[in-house]
Design a protein around this ligand. Structure first.
Ligand code: ADX
Length: 202
């Protein structure tokens, strides 16, 4: 059977990943934040980006709501669409890592199988899973976009935590509960992970 890739040939460039990483003084890595809507993923991702930039790290945030305005605007919230959402994000993260950047991704990514695929696409060595473990009760009480209210009344369907599942990570590299930790404390732990976990050369 022929596939869509049959007549497509890979081209190697003249610059290696090692040369790109040497230029930037860091390894390209992906910090994958997962957790419920309103858990604090985007807040932490953007705060971490700022903190890392101040330390001279080249990084970029891939954020669920933002990416769904562009690259993934044709996707909804069925299990199939979420899988495709995560697949595309992981491929983008892989490319950015190959460019030498530290990627901070902030997606609910509720299915273990999808996060496992993301790890495989990005590569185990480059991938760190961070569980933003803030409870459903706290997220629902925050409800910054009024979505939990709409989900409870049935105006929004397939809403994670209410009418669609969230499968918590079994062995995350880091767990952050934003009801217990300040943003500064969480960011400090994330910076520590980046600087002392072999993510970047010391
Ligand atoms: S994921 O499940 O596919 O990883 P993603 O992180 O991209 O989700 O998008 C989540 C954002 O979409 C939420 O922050 C929320 O603002 C919005 N959203 C709209 N409908 C839903 C829904 N049914 N379930 C979860 N989030 C939704």
């Amino acid at each position: 059977m022929s596939s869509k890739q049959d007549n497509v040939v890979w081209h190697d460039g003249h610059v290696t990943l090692a040369e790109r990483e040497h230029l930037l003084g860091q390894h390209g890595r992906t910090l994958w934040l997962t957790g419920l809507s309103a858990a604090g993923k985007s807040t932490l991702a953007f705060a971490l980006e700022k903190a890392l930039l101040a330390r001279g790290r080249a990084c970029y945030v891939l954020d669920g709501d933002n990416v769904r305005h562009g690259l993934n605007r044709n996707l909804g919230f069925s299990a199939e669409d979420r899988a495709e959402n995560i697949r595309r994000i992981a491929e983008v993260a892989r490319l950015m890592n190959d460019a030498g950047l530290i990627v901070i991704s902030a997606f609910i990514s509720p299915y273990r199988a999808d996060r496992h695929s993301a790890r495989t696409i990005v590569g185990t060595d480059a991938f760190r899973e961070i569980f933003v473990s803030t409870s459903l009760a706290t997220c629902e009480a925050r409800d910054p976009k009024g979505m939990y209210g709409k989900a409870r009344s049935g105006q929004i369907t397939q809403f994670t935590g209410i009418s669609a599942p969230y499968e918590a990570p079994e062995a995350p590299d880091l767990i952050l509960d934003t009801a217990e930790l300040s943003i500064e404390e969480s960011v400090a732990r994330l910076v520590d992970l980046v600087e002392h976990d072999g993510l970047t050369p010391v």
